[in-house]
Design a protein around this ligand. Structure first.
Ligand code: GDP
Ligand code: MG
Length: 441
């Protein structure tokens, strides 16, 4: 992908707003990349349309190519579509809280059941009971019992011949009687969606009223994702997604498909066969993987840096015009911190010899920058625009809000005042005067 995208992007070097052509050319490659990553076709289509809408007409930043701009938009849109990082299993209900595990056979339900039980036990100190409702596959119940022993989580005693709905009811009863916090119900899967499977899980759902119904899907799932997600979501109701085998070769396009189709958060990732191989979902990591990046990610980073630089330039323009308020100072402080020091930042600003001296005399360090940020963010918008209204009581409130002292607040205001004065002076002197000043300094 990278090579191909790279080529396209290099060809797009014209400046100005992104045209439909720029976007179209880049998106044709993105489309291929998504399909190669196993994103389901209808999801690819709606994703591409979403990006197109966002991208066409956007102004290309001066120092990157339109192609880089598009990839940045693609990446950001993908991260947005994948949703928040969200590892929380919702246990917000009266105990025992039923958690239903759904999915096709072999998707990793039983393994994930034990992994999640272990997580709830060790991290949230919950008393968990696991029950296997899989009466179809020989030894499925035994599999869960063995896993339970491994992670030291109780499993419902096996009663031969019992049907899944009865097991579920018994599990909830034992859960109540023996004071469990959570009852995890591991259902049977099929190789494909069928009526019988859906009927069974619907009946289990109706007798247990699960708070979470987690759809477990293999990261390898391709076009099937649409059928699986649609059926489970429409017929049973899905509250979250667990994606397994992310340790394999799969690019993980299923994550996007599942998320788009169900609208439900991806909660956890299975990262191996081992019982502790369970991780929180990070949308940016999966986005990178789906786009097949590495190189593309560094492209995105470069674009982000460029955006920072253009912000700095905008700020400089404002400074030159002489209307510099505390919000501008705040964004300047943030820039300085992001760029890890004064050198880089100042070299981007025109005509700053004097400010540089002054700031380095002020001995800027990271802690101080943070403190100054805190002070400004503790002010109201009105205060940031007009420091004249900052009387003693307001200054006290700001010091309190930012965990600093009134003296710190005063020092910051003095510094701001000096900067603003100097900028006004620059403005009056005009370009020529500025140069003369620079020479005489
Ligand atoms: P079920 O039929 O949905 O209950 O699936 P199982 O939990 O029995 O898992 C089927 C197979 O997939 C087992 O061999 C598991 O060890 C394996 N498996 C489950 N989750 C993962 C994972 O995240 N990574 C890897 N590599 N294997 C997994
Ligand atoms: Mg199973």
């Amino acid at each position: 992908l990278t090579g191909r995208l790279g080529d396209i992007f290099d060809r797009l070097r014209r400046r100005g707003a992104l045209t439909e052509e720029d976007v179209g050319a880049a998106l044709r490659e993105v489309r291929v990349a998504l399909l190669e990553a196993d994103v389901a076709l209808p999801v690819v289509k709606s994703f591409i349309n979403g990006v197109k809408e966002k991208a066409v007409g956007q102004e290309v930043l001066r120092s990157i190519t339109p192609g880089q701009m598009v990839i940045k938009i693609v990446h950001d849109h993908l991260v947005e579509m994948l949703g928040e990082q969200n590892e929380g299993i919702n246990l917000n209900a009266e105990a025992p809280v039923p958690v239903l595990m759904l999915g096709l056979q072999g998707s990793g339900k039983t393994t994930s059941t034990a992994k999640i039980a272990r997580l709830l036990k060790t991290r949230e100190k919950k008393k968990v009971l696991m029950a296997s409702l899989d009466t179809r596959r020989p030894a499925a119940q035994e599999q869960l019992r063995v896993l339970g022993e491994q992670v030291d989580v109780a499993t419902l005693p096996i009663v031969p011949g019992e049907d899944p709905v009865t097991i579920a009811q018994r599990a909830m009863r034992v859960g109540r009687l023996e004071g469990y916090d959570v009852v995890m119900l591991d259902t049977a899967g099929r190789l494909a969606i069928d009526e019988e499977l859906m009927d069974e899980v619907v009946r289990i759902r109706d007798v247990t009223k699960p708070v979470e119904s987690l759809l477990v899907v293999d990261a390898m799932t391709g076009q099937d994702a649409v059928t699986v997600a649609t059926n489970f979501n429409d017929k049973v109701g899905v509250t979250g997604i667990v994606m397994t085998r992310i340790d394999g070769d799969a690019r993980g396009g299923a994550a996007l498909s599942m998320r788009q189709i169900t609208g439900r958060p991806i909660k956890l990732l299975g990262t191996g066969e081992k019982i502790d191989a369970l991780e929180a979902f990070h949308p940016d990591r999966i986005a990178g993987r789906i786009l097949g990046m590495g190189d593309v990610l560094s492209l995105v980073e470069k674009a982000a840096e460029t955006i920072d630089r253009e912000e700095a330039e905008k700020l400089a323009a404002k400074m030159e015009k002489g209307n510099f308020d505390l919000d501008d100072m705040l964004s300047q402080l943030r820039q300085i911190r992001k760029m890890g020091g004064m050198g880089g930042m100042l070299s981007m600003l025109p005509g700053v010899g004097k400010i540089k001296d002054q700031l380095s005399k002020a001995n800027i360090d990271e802690r101080m920058l943070k403190r100054q940020e805190a002070i400004i963010t503790s002010m109201t918008q009105k205060e940031r625009r007009d420091i004249k209204i900052l009387n003693a009581s307001r200054r006290r409130r700001i010091a309190l809000g930012s965990g600093t002292t009134v003296a710190d607040v005063n020092r910051l205001l003095k510094q701001y005042q000096d900067m603003a004065d100097m900028m006004r002076k620059f403005k009056k002197l005009g370009k020529k005067g500025l140069m003369r000043q620079g020479l005489s300094a």
